[in-house]
Design a protein around this ligand. Sequence first.
Ligand SMILES: O=C([O-])C(=O)C[C@H](O)[C@@H](O)C(=O)[O-]
Ligand SMILES: [Mg+2]
Length: 447
Amino acid sequence: MSDSPVIKTMRVVPVAGYDSMLLNIGGAHNCYFTRILVILTDSAGRTGVGESPCHASTLGLLARFQSQIEGSELLRLNATIATLFASDARHQQTAHTDDIHIPQMNPEKFYNAAAAIEAALLDLMGQHLNLPVADLLASGRQRDRVPVLGYLFYIADRNLTSMNYQAGQAGGDAWLQLRHEKAMDAQSVVRLAEAAAERYGFRDFKLKGGVHHGEVEVETVNALLQRFPQARVTVDPNASWSLDEAIYYGKQLAGRIPYLEDPCGAEQGYSGRETLAEFKRATGIPVATNMIANDWRQLQHALQLNAIDIPLADPHFWTMRHAHTVAQLCQEWGLTTGCHSNNHFDVSLAMVAHLGAAAPGDRLTAFDTHWIWQDGQQLTQHAPQIRDGHLELPEGPGLGITLNMKRVEAAHALYTSLPDKNRNDALGMQFLIENWSFNAKRPALLR
Ligand SMILES: O=C([O-])C(=O)C[C@H](O)[C@@H](O)C(=O)[O-]
Ligand SMILES: [Mg+2]
């Protein structure tokens, strides 16, 4: 394969940006969030990039993989990725998950590392072939824009902390201001949704639950539905409700929401897959998950139990190509394709755009993205755009993005300056509730 470009360098750049004090079952988002960029250069003088969540163990894995990537032939991408999988057999024994802020979950970050490398290789391959990455995924490009939802959070009062949360821009766009301000009740979440809809044109919303008592979160969903009667609104309590509670709240929302996300989880010796199956039978509400079907083995069990309808296959914890395979499976087996997200920069936004653009069929639920909380902090020359409730596929070959190296170096300098580089949502939460600690079965404010 002498005419293949060869990977010359692999640079791993941890980067940081700013976040709002967003509440979830794991606590409060820190004022900083961290990510990893994998930047590859090849012998044709091109640069490819991928992004992943940041964790010390992911950085360790990437350092280990560097010698397998440098010197490899771009056109042997399949073999290169297979070698990574073969070199890390442990990933097959442990369920992986994105939820790095939830302490008991597995810290093994193999998939995060492989996903960032694979995305960077696909970016280079697309540039080499003069094709967008969406055309390299097995179904090829199906659409030029992907429906995305407005991801809403309750926001704690940053003034109660000594942390470096940013203030909004007064007098400008309402979203850019409100996303930094306290929003702890239904009315202020509706105001946030209005501002997000005005800026991005959303017709779908997801409320991050697992924060207040379930009654309050149902009330917030009701308020959103009342304000946006045509919208698809849902809530994700991250399995903090018991099965009984989930059925109780589910029956209140049935018929008015398109699906519920991880309404309950493992309890009393039953797995989350088993309780979700019971929830579905009791309420008839479709179930989405990013907690209990995160690898092929978990997905198989979830489907055998008929526990889920929408596997939210995030390319960062499946890899882009495996997430696309999940989308194909959804298409063939009558499930709905969706995608989970964490905070991210615009390289991840481009990865999600290409995945969504290549997902086959029309049973696609609006994809998650946290980007609206990071909008303005892009690390590329032109970030992909969200307009009219859709994420637009960037133009050009590969991922269609070009890094802004000045911004990347600044984000790396910010990362280097941070005392605590792994995500820890308990820190901010302890300003609100003394000695607060994580409990998988309790919403964050119920202590
Ligand atoms: O759908 C989910 O479970 C998530 O988005 C997990 C995230 O970690 C979310 O809870 C967050 O960022 O606070
Ligand atoms: Mg979720």
